[in-house]
Design a protein around this ligand. Structure first.
Ligand code: NDP
Length: 342
C-alpha cells in the first residue's frame, strides 16, 4: 500500500525489542507505518522519533494514552512494555479506541488476560498477541507438514528454549513485573509453538521447576522449568526452558514416517529445517531451504491486514488467554508435584 493508506501504529515502550527489532521491522513492511511513540523518557523518544520521521507532536507519555483518542491517524498501538503493565495499558488503549498488538506474555494472570479481552471487545477494537513464530515461514512450514499427514501421525514433540539471563536489576528478574521466571518469558515459546504445530489443546500436564538455592536472582522465580503435555490424539510433548543454560531454541517432531527438526525455531534468525524419512530401503535426511523473512514485519503486517479487512487476527487475545491458563496449571503442577487434568 502507499504510505498514506497504511495503518498508523504507535509503539509503546522504547526498550531493546522496540529499538532493535520492531521499529526497523516496520521499514520492511507493506501495510503498516509507525506514526507515534509512547515512552517514559522524552529524550529517548525524541531521538527514536527523529530516526523514524515522527515529530514532537506524536510523542506521548504513559499518562497521555487518553489523548490518542483525538488522533485518528493512530489506528493501532504495539505494546512492548514489561509484562505486568500490559493489562492496564491495553485497557486504557481500548478505551481510547485503538486496536492493540500486545507483546507476549499477554499478562501475568488469566484474570488480567480476560479483562483485556473484555475491554477490547466492549470498545470494538481488535486485540492480537505478538506470537511472532506463528508468522515465521519455517515454523509455518513445519505446522503445515505436521498437519498435512504427509509424514504420518505425530507421536512426540520436543521443544526447548534456553538462554543465559543477566544481572538482577532488570524487570525480567522481578516477579511483580515479569509474572514468573523462564516459563512466561521464554518457555512460552515451547508451549505456544507445540499447540500451534499440533493444532490441538493439551488434556493433561505435569511440570517440575528448579531455582538454584545459591543464586539470589532466583529466590522467587523459576530458573529452569520443564513440562510434559499430553494431547487427546495421543501425542506427548516434552518442553523445557532455562535462564541458566547456554542458548538453544529447537523444535523436533517425531512422526510415524519421519522426523522434523527446526533448529533455532524460536530465534529471530538462523532457522535450519531438516527432515528425516525413509525412502525405499534407505533412511534419508534432507535440509529444506526457503527464503528467510523478518517475522516481526510479517506479524505487524498481519495485524494491519486484519484491521484493513476487518478480520480476526490469527493469534487473538483468546489464544493468549489459553496460554495464560496453561501456565497457571503448569506452575500449580510444579508447586504441588501433581499431574493436572485440564
Ligand atoms: P526492555 O526492558 O528492553 O524495555 C521495556 C521498555 O518498557 C523500557 O525501555 C521502557 O521504555 C518501558 N517501561 C515502562 N515502564 C517500565 C518499567 N517499570 N520498567 C522497565 N521498563 C519500563 O524490555 P524488552 O523490550 O526486552 O521487552 C518488552 C516486552 O516485549 C516484554 O513483554 C517482553 O516479554 C516482550 N519481548 C518479546 C520478544 C519477542 O521476541 N516477541 C523479545 C523480547 C521481549 P521507555 O523508557 O520508552 O518508557
Amino acid at each position: 500500500l502507499p504510505p498514506s493508506e497504511r495503518i498508523g501504529f504507535a509503539v509503546m515502550g522504547l526498550g531493546r525489542l522496540t529499538l532493535g527489532e520492531i521499529l526497523p521491522a516496520f521499514l520492511q513492511g507493506r501495510l503498516a507505518k509507525p506514526v507515534a511513540l509512547i515512552s517514559g523518557r522524552r529524550e529517548k523518544a525524541r531521538s527514536a522519533g527523529h530516526a523514524y520521521g515522527i515529530g514532537e507532536d506524536s510523542l506521548f507519555t504513559y499518562d497521555e494514552i487518553h489523548k490518542l483518542a483525538d488522533r485518528p491517524d493512530i489506528q493501532a498501538v504495539y505494546v512492548v512494555t514489561p509484562n505486568a503493565l500490559h493489562a492496564g495499558q491495553v485497557e486504557a488503549l481500548a478505551a481510547a479506541g485503538k486496536h492493540v498488538l500486545c507483546e507476549k506474555p499477554m499478562a501475568n494472570s488469566s484474570a488480567d488476560a480476560k479483562r483485556m479481552i473484555e475491554a477490547c471487545h466492549a470498545a470494538g477494537v481488535k486485540l492480537m498477541v505478538a506470537y511472532r513464530c506463528q508468522y515465521e515461514p519455517f515454523n509455518q512450514l513445519v505446522r503445515k507438514l505436521v498437519q498435512s499427514g504427509e509424514l504420518g501421525r505425530p507421536k512426540l514433540v520436543e521443544a526447548i528454549n534456553t538462554q543465559m539471563q543477566g544481572n538482577a536489576d532488570q524487570w525480567r528478574l522481578k516477579p511483580e513485573l515479569a509474572g514468573g521466571g523462564a516459563l512466561p518469558d521464554i518457555g512460552l515459546y515451547c508451549l505456544n509453538g507445540t499447540r500451534s504445530v499440533l493444532g490441538e489443546e493439551p488434556e493433561s500436564l505435569f511440570a517440575q521447576m528448579v531455582s538454584p538455592p545459591d543464586d539470589p536472582r532466583y529466590k522467587n522465580l523459576d530458573e529452569t522449568f520443564s513440562f510434559m503435555l499430553r494431547f487427546p490424539s495421543g501425542v506427548i510433548a516434552n518442553c523445557a526452558t532455562s535462564y541458566g543454560a547456554h542458548e538453544s531454541k529447537d523444535l523436533r517432531i517425531h512422526l510415524e514416517k519421519g522426523w522434523i527438526s527446526l533448529e533455532n525455531a524460536f530465534a529471530y534468525t538462523g532457522h535450519r529445517l531438516r527432515i528425516g524419512r525413509r525412502q525405499g530401503d534407505h533412511k534419508i535426511v534432507s535440509e529444506w531451504h526457503i527464503p528467510a523473512e523478518n517475522q516481526f514485519t510479517l506479524e505487524i503486517d498481519h495485524f494491519a491486514e486484519c484491521i484493513l479487512q476487518n478480520q480476526p487476527p490469527r493469534t487473538s487475545g483468546e489464544e493468549g488467554l489459553r496460554d495464560q491458563k496453561l501456565m497457571e496449571a503448569l506452575y500449580q503442577s510444579a508447586r504441588t508435584g501433581q499431574m493436572i487434568h485440564l
